[in-house]
Write a protein that binds this ligand. Structure first.
Ligand SMILES: *Cc1c(COP(=O)(O)O)cnc(C)c1O
Length: 406
């Protein structure tokens, strides 16, 4: 997408605004399937918590993907978007047995990540095909908030508990059809990922009726110029070869599954916001935008670096800015960032705004969540309206307090 297209969309639909480029999602999807083209049975399940607009879900469904969900509400959205139940995986953490049973009854593949629930579920439903989430205790993440494979993680069944796990499966005679791991976001080192894969293969050998192995996700995408990213092509080459060898050894062609969120949608997203005020203090030039962490929380929550451009005046002299929001507490999108000279009223464009941006937005400060636009075949389509005052009041129940307190 070009800056002029984004500016025109901001004009047409107002701002702040999220824009998603369909072509970029498709090209990332193609890259991934191509990298693993040597694997006979490959399945890509889009981790929808990254970006869950129904139009996006439908777009990704048309590409041939399945869906990875973490809550029953995500399952319902997936079904609403037209995914067949058997195209949906449910990979929750710490949810109730009741919710898992409810999702299973919809015909969705469930994935269990702790021994307590595994034993209870297996005892009640021994014939249901179940996937189990293993924690290989490999630190693949770039940030403690998003690394989920280490020893003190709340995710998955520890490989050190394998004997207990096997005893539960034997006692309940439950039907284990898949082994899963998701070591966390931001795989920087392919060798680390391959090492974790070996652990998964070792676990897989203990089960006789497997149909698939699910390697989760954690593919890192570049957030700034010259940023490191996961070398998908290299990973594809090495892991495909190893996976195919494992299938020969296992005696069955298993399905290889990935659950990318960020990889598919991060770079496809742009967040556009207007500069309300430029304020010079003794040490800093602040650009205060018409938004805050209510719309895009990653910089404050994870320390993520989103590249920011002044698309209204891209050719100006570069100056250093702190880009801040309007929320009444520390609300800094970027510190000491070089940006083409900013005037009040300019539109700033945040890159990598496709994953974990709109989906983590809130109504804090009683602000509306912004609109979303899908850019497809050279045209912008509104796929979510900006909220309005009625949305803020929607579930509130008026109580005549004055009358109640007399
Ligand atoms: C969040 C999540 C993913 C997606 O992770 P990305 O880093 O966005 O690719 C995949 N699998 C599971 C189980 C997840 O919780």
């Amino acid at each position: 997408m070009q800056a002029k297209d984004l500016l025109q969309l901001a004009e047409q639909f107002g701002n702040p605004l999220y824009v998603y480029d369909a072509e970029k999602i498709q090209s990332q999807y193609n890259r991934l399937t191509k990298a693993f083209s040597k694997v006979d049975k490959l399945r890509i399940n889009y981790a929808m918590k990254a970006l869950s607009n129904v139009a996006i879900l439908q777009l990704i469904k048309e590409m041939g993907a399945g869906l990875d969900t973490v809550s029953i509400q995500e399952v319902l959205l997936g079904l609403h978007a037209g995914y067949a139940p058997d195209k949906i995986f449910y990979t929750p953490n710490g949810v109730s047995l009741e919710e898992i049973e409810e999702v299973n009854a919809m015909g969705v593949q469930i994935n269990i990540d702790n021994l307590s629930i595994l034993e209870q579920f297996g005892t009640k439903h021994p014939t249901v095909p179940v996937c189990i989430r293993i924690n290989p205790h490999v630190m693949a993440g770039g940030n403690t908030n998003i690394s989920v494979g280490h020893i003190d993680s709340k995710f998955g069944i520890s490989i050190h508990q394998l004997p207990h796990l096997l005893r539960i499966v034997e006692n309940t005679k439950m039907n284990i059809v898949g082994i899963h791991m998701h070591t966390g976001s931001d795989i920087l080192d392919i060798e680390v990922f391959l090492y974790a894969a070996e652990i998964l293969f070792d676990v897989a050998k203990k089960f006789k009726n497997l149909e698939f192995l699910d390697f989760g996700s954690g593919f890192k995408v570049p957030y700034k110029k010259d940023d490191i990213e996961t070398d998908i092509e290299e990973l594809g080459k090495k892991l495909s070869k190893r996976f195919n060898a494992f299938c020969t050894e296992y005696g069955k062609d298993l399905t290889l599954i990935f659950e990318p969120g960020k990889f598919l949608v991060s770079e496809a997203g742009f967040f556009l916001a207007k500069v309300n005020v430029v304020k010079q203090t003794t040490s800093t030039v602040f650009a205060g935008i018409d938004s805050g962490f209510n719309h895009l929380i990653r910089p404050m929550f994870y320390g993520s670096q989103h590249h920011i451009e002044n698309i209204s005046h891209p050719k100006g002299k570069e100056r250093f800015y702190s880009v801040v929001g309007y929320i009444c507490e520390t609300d800094t999108f970027a510190n000491n960032r070089r940006i083409s000279e900013i005037k009040e009223g300019d539109i700033l464009c945040f890159r990598n705004a496709g994953a974990y941006c709109f989906s983590m937005a809130s109504n804090y400060n009683s602000r509306y969540k912004p609109a979303e636009v899908l850019w497809i075949n050279g045209e912008g389509h509104l796929i979510r309206k900006q909220e309005n005052f009625e949305d803020l009041l929607k579930n509130q129940i008026p109580l005549p307090i004055a009358a109640a307190t007399v």
